[in-house]
Design a protein around this ligand. Structure first.
Ligand code: ADP
Ligand code: MG
Length: 451
C-alpha cells in the first residue's frame, strides 16, 4: 500500500511512544450531578505492539478509546500523539467500530473512500488507495456492493478497510468482533494477526478494546485491565506467549485465569457507592443475569458447598466467564460472598433462598432486590408514589440515560423487569410501554430501611 515495511518494528515496546495518555479523567453528567467515568488513566502505546484494553461493560473502554482518537476531550489530563498534545481528532489514528458504522446508501468502495474525502485527498489517489485497502482486506469483487448485501464478517472487513485506507499509525478497534458470530469472529481475528505479521500492513500499533478475555490473550502483547465506576487501570500484564497462540495450551489457560482473578470482584456488585456515597442504579448497575439463571446457580452452589468458581465451571462444562454475571448478581443480592481467589460461599440468606419453596424464595428475593438492587428499588419506590401505580418506561429511561449508553440502558431495564416480575413487585407492560406495580405485591417496603 505504498508504505515502507514496518515488519521489523514488530517487537514490543521499541522506539518513541506513539500515543501517551496522561492521567486522563472524564466526567459526564451535569455539574450538579457528575458521572465520573474515567479516573486518572495513564497508558503508553509503542510502535510494534498490540495493546488490549480489557474491562466489563460500562467500565469506560469506549470513552477511553474516544479520548485517544481525539473525538472527545478529557475532563482532566492529556492525550499526546508523537509527543504533541491533541486539540482535536488524532491525526495518527483510525477507528473500527463494533457496529461497523457503514453508510447504507454508499457502496463498499465509497464507504472505504469516505475517510480520505474528509482528509481532502484528491479523487484519483482516493481511488487507488481504496483499491489497495480493499485488496488487502479480501474484499475484491465486492467493491460495488451495498452494506445490506454483505454478511456481518464482510461488513466488518469494510470497516477495517475504511480505517486502513487513511494509513493511520495506530489502529483503534472498539470491540470489533463482538457483533459477529463465533466462527466469523475467530476467522477475522486470525486474518488480522496474519496482516499484522505481514510487511504490507501499514499500521504501527493496535489498541483493541474488548470485554473478552480470550480475545485479549489471543491477540495482545500487553493487556491493561480497566476496573469499573469510575474506570481506572487496575492491572497490566505482558502476554509473552509464542504465536500462533493456542487456547488449549496450559500457559494460555493460566494467563486467562490470572486475568479473570484480577477482574473478579471488580464487578458491579462490589463497586458500591458512587461519588456522593450513595449506591445508585448508575454506581451499581444490575448484572446481566435472569432470575432463572441465578437461582439455578444458587441451587447448584447449595448442593456443592463452598467451592472454587473454576471448579464449578468445569463441573458444569462451562467457562468460568459464563458464570461471572451470575456471581455478580448473587453477590449484589447478598446471597454469595466471593473471595479474591475465586472461592464462592453461599451466605445464610443465600442458603435459604436456594432451599426454600418457591413462594418463600420469591419473598427472600424481593426483600434482597428491594434493599440491594438500586434500580429495582428505584422502580418499586417510584411506582409506589405514582397515583395510578404505573409509570411510562421513558420516565426510567430518561433517568438512566444520564449514566448509561442506550444499549446498556435497555439491558438494565430488561433485567429490572425480570427481577421485578419474579419478586411480584412490578412488571413491564410492553403494549403500553409502562411499568406497572403488581397489585398483590408483598408488603415489603422499599428503601429507608423500613420493613
Ligand atoms: P464500555 O465501553 O466499557 O462499555 P463506555 O465508555 O461506553 O463503557 O461507558 C462508560 C460509562 O459512561 C457508562 O456508564 C456509560 O453509560 C457512560 N457514558 C458513556 N458515554 C456517555 C455520555 N455521552 N453521556 C453520559 N454518560 C456516558
Ligand atoms: Mg464500549
Amino acid at each position: 500500500m505504498g508504505r515502507m515495511s514496518v515488519g521489523v518494528a514488530r517487537r514490543r515496546g521499541r522506539g518513541a511512544p506513539l500515543i501517551e495518555v496522561d492521567r486522563v479523567s472524564k466526567t459526564f453528567g451535569t455539574p450538579g450531578e457528575p458521572v465520573p467515568v474515567l479516573d486518572g488513566v495513564s497508558l503508553v502505546v509503542h510502535p510494534g505492539e498490540i495493546v488490549a484494553l480489557l474491562g466489563k461493560s460500562g467500565s469506560g473502554k469506549s470513552t477511553l478509546l474516544r479520548c485517544v482518537a481525539g473525538l472527545i476531550e478529557p475532563s482532566e489530563g492529556a492525550v499526546r500523539y508523537q509527543g504533541a498534545r491533541l486539540t482535536g481528532p488524532n491525526p495518527g489514528t483510525a477507528m473500527v467500530f463494533q457496529s461497523f458504522a457503514l453508510l447504507p446508501w454508499l457502496t463498499v468502495r465509497q464507504n472505504v473512500e469516505l475517510g480520505l474525502e474528509a482528509r481532502l485527498v484528491p479523487p484519483p489517489e482516493r481511488r487507488a488507495r481504496a483499491e489497495a485497502a480493499i485488496d488487502l482486506i479480501g474484499l475484491d469483487g465486492f467493491e460495488d456492493a451495498y452494506p445490506k448485501e454483505l454478511s456481518g464478517g464482510m461488513r466488518q472487513r469494510v470497516g477495517l478497510a475504511r480505517a486502513l485506507v487513511v494509513h493511520p499509525d495506530v489502529l483503534l478497534m472498539d470491540e470489533p468482533f463482538s457483533a459477529l458470530d463465533v466462527l466469523t469472529a475467530e476467522n477475522l481475528r486470525g486474518e488480522l494477526l496474519e496482516l499484522w505479521g505481514s510487511d504490507e500492513f501499514p499500521i504501527k500499533a493496535i489498541v483493541l478494546v474488548t470485554h473478552n478475555i480470550d480475545e485479549a490473550v489471543t491477540l495482545a502483547d500487553r493487556v491493561l485491565i480497566l476496573g469499573s465506576k469510575p474506570g481506572r487501570i487496575i492491572a497490566e500484564l505482558p502476554i509473552d506467549l509464542p504465536r500462533p497462540r493456542d487456547r488449549h495450551q496450559i500457559e494460555f489457560e493460566t494467563t486467562v485465569e490470572r486475568i479473570y482473578a484480577e477482574m473478579a470482584g471488580q464487578g458491579t456488585a462490589t463497586a458500591g457507592a458512587g461519588p456522593s456515597g450513595l449506591v445508585t442504579p448508575a454506581s451499581a448497575p444490575l448484572p446481566n443475569a435472569s432470575v432463572d439463571a441465578l437461582s439455578g446457580f444458587a441451587e447448584i452452589l447449595a448442593a456443592s458447598g463452598p467451592t472454587h468458581l473454576g471448579e464449578t465451571a468445569s463441573d458444569l462444562g462451562l467457562d468460568v466467564r459464563d458464570l461471572l454475571p451470575l456471581v455478580d448478581a448473587l453477590v449484589m443480592l447478598g446471597f454469595v460472598t466471593l473471595g479474591r481467589d475465586g472461592q464462592v460461599d453461599l451466605t445464610a440468606e443465600g442458603m435459604e433462598f436456594a432451599g426454600a419453596q418457591i413462594q418463600v424464595s420469591k419473598q427472600i428475593f424481593a426483600r434482597a432486590a428491594l434493599e440491594r438492587a438500586p434500580l429495582v428499588r428505584l422502580i418499586a419506590n417510584a411506582l409506589e408514589k405514582a397515583p395510578t401505580r404505573t409509570l411510562r418506561r421513558g420516565f426510567f429511561a430518561d433517568i438512566l440515560r444520564r449514566s448509561f449508553a442506550e444499549e446498556e440502558l435497555e439491558r438494565q431495564l430488561d433485567v429490572a423487569n425480570d427481577w421485578g416480575r419474579y419478586s411480584e413487585q412490578f412488571a413491564y407492560d410492553a403494549d403500553h410501554d409502562e411499568f406497572v406495580a403488581d397489585p398483590d405485591r408483598t408488603a415489603v417496603l422499599a428503601g429507608g430501611g423500613a420493613r
